[in-house]
Design a protein around this ligand. Structure first.
Ligand code: SF4
Length: 240
């Protein structure tokens, strides 16, 4: 089996494993886990916060209202969603029942931490060249520190511990919740942030997604964090 097929099979196995995961309380209340989607070797991994109501019911990431807004941005930027790997920092939907509705509730740091090794496992298998963090939860999970999104948005940030490159911006749900009078300006600013990754997407379009990068282009990885080691062990177990 080729490396790409092995990694794709391992991602499927991880998706099943997250569904059974009860490492934090969220797994017991959601309909199902929502794992990432996209090709192994995708140049960009896009990370959101957690699945929403629609994603929880359908079992796929970025298919609710915020996901549709993201799709619109992807189309405007001339990217292709099929070439992106999209996922969330937390794999189960956290909500508060209100009548018949389930209202989104921001995951707590303990839940984000509990779920982090699944994200690291995805990273290990997909091997993206860079990530986009949509919102503070995703940014913190990827960079391992609190991130002031409004200050750090629209620029590439490199994590010294992992060499990981992350473009930080708002989660699309922030645009949906924002002041209607400011919506057009917020949309343009968000597109501008995301467009920082267009050059990378353009270069990636010229090569097949799973192609290995020349060793010289890879950033050196200093000591990996415990979560990354954990992910590596888990990936090995799934792939064996
Ligand atoms: S949210 Fe993450 S850590 Fe919590 S139960 Fe689901 S998969 Fe496990």
């Amino acid at each position: 089996m080729s490396h790409r097929n092995e990694a794709t099979a391992a991602l499927k196995a991880l998706s099943v494993a997250t569904d059974a995961c009860r490492e934090c309380p969220l797994g017991a209340h959601a309909t199902q886990s929502v794992f990432g989607e996209g090709p192994v070797g995708a140049a960009l991994m896009v990370v959101g916060e957690q699945p929403g109501d629609k994603e929880d019911l359908v079992g796929r990431p970025f298919v609710g209202p915020a996901g549709k807004l993201f799709d619109r941005a992807v189309a405007e930027l001339g990217w292709s969603r099929e070439k992106l790997y999209v996922t969330n920092a937390v794999k189960h939907f956290k909500y508060e029942p209100r009548g018949k509705r389930r209202m989104h509730k921001t995951p707590g740091q303990r839940e984000v931490d509990a779920c982090h090794h699944w994200l690291e496992s995805e990273m290990e298998l997909v091997q993206p060249r860079a990530c986009i963090a949509l919102g503070g939860t995703a940014a913190r999970s990827l960079l391992g520190r609190p991130v002031a999104v409004m200050t750090e948005r629209g620029q590439w940030v490199e994590d010294a511990a992992t060499g990981r490159r992350v473009l930080v911006t708002l989660h699309p749900s922030a645009l949906l919740r924002g002041d209607p009078l400011q919506r057009e300006a917020a949309w343009e600013a968000w597109l501008k942030d995301l467009s920082m990754a267009s050059e990378l997407m353009k270069k990636a379009g010229a090569r097949r997604p799973a192609e290995k990068q020349p060793a010289a282009e890879k950033p050196e990885k200093p000591a990996a964090r415990p979560a990354a080691n954990h992910a590596r062990r888990r990936v090995r177990m799934v792939m064996e």
